[in-house]
Design a protein around this ligand. Sequence first.
Ligand code: PMP
Length: 424
Amino acid sequence: MKNAEISARKNDAISRGVGMTTQIYADKAENSEIWDVEGRRYIDFAGGIAVLNTGHRHPKVVEAVKAQLDRFTHTCHQVVPYENYVALAERLNKMVPGNFEKKTIFATTGAEAVENAIKIARCATGRSAVIAFTGGFHGRTFLGMALTGKVVPYKVGFGPMMGDVFHVPFPLEMHGIDVDTSLDVLDKLFKADVDPKRVAAIIVEPVQGEGGFYDVPRPLMKALREICDEHGILLVADEVQTGFARTGKMFAMQHYDVAPDLTTMAKSLAGGFPLSAVTGRAELMDAPGPGGLGGTYAGNPLAIAAAHAVLDVIEEEQLCDRANQLGNRLKQRLEALRTDIPQIMDIRGLGFMNAVEFKVPGTDKPNADFTNAVRLKALDKGLILLTCGVYSNVIRFLAPITIQDEVFNEALDLIEASIREVAA
Ligand code: PMP
């Protein structure tokens, strides 16, 4: 089978609405490598968009899922429950930031986790409005899309968004918005558009993912917590992309001195199996009545088994420490390019949630063309990279934290060569 042949079939069979960044069809994958149907090997620095912090098919994850597969695969927890679902909730209740009693629900996708967090916030507060940030990404469902702070491509053609959603500019000093500006806009929003006493939640990614790998400045997070406390608003941390050791801590909120009331999780939680969760203050989580939350596949047994193995692996293989080591090596390697590559605007990232941002040399203008050319050059060389950012001028690195040293070194060489060749 050839990639091009499948690609032609894909164009006839699949809606173009499902965008694709490569035309390589996967055949098999192991840890940080993927082989396509033509037998070509790629190093995977996308991790299925931040899903594979523990790599493709970690042996412990595979073993746990196989064992579950041999027992049962689906009963629906709302009909015939199972113990490992309860045990995983107990683990998350202990791990998720916040020094208070917590409860958890499971869903299947990140967008569903966000939907449920806002449902819970609305139910618990009796309020309806939600505040999110420009450049934020919270999913493609109707609420997720409304909360997402980017019009193209997420909101185009889909009609009126859900009401009572407001956006505040995310502080990006590099692009002319500082923390005071963000807080000033929030204050004006409360004066001009929405009574803070009608706001159920402020939702924020501690590090914006799709938006460009920008972390929330510490003073902003502290101010958000204070504003929430002052007005009885709930703070929701969307850790769908940041969670599970990516930032060098189990959760990115651990980089801050304040805790959210509700946390959403998905992606790397179950190492490639569809599972998401909301964990938060027990009294809030109990606000919706029985039957108000849930879903047929929510907390699927195979995914729950995988998640237990993922959490074991993160601990046993000390992936938070490893994330910091890998991130430092990657950032050092990129820093060494700065003098030769005038397109480099910024190199950043907590732990192994790293990014390089490109500009037009001699200006502060975002350089999306250069960024995409680097991505394509790397792909050509056998390295899968992803871009992100409101200006599409950021390359983000989402390799498995379990990546083998020799593969990592090889990838660093490919990144350097790709950037140098495109700049030449
Ligand atoms: N929130 C964040 C922060 C995300 O990065 C994503 C996915 N990129 C989502 C929500 C939506 O997750 P899903 O695609 O699983 O619905």
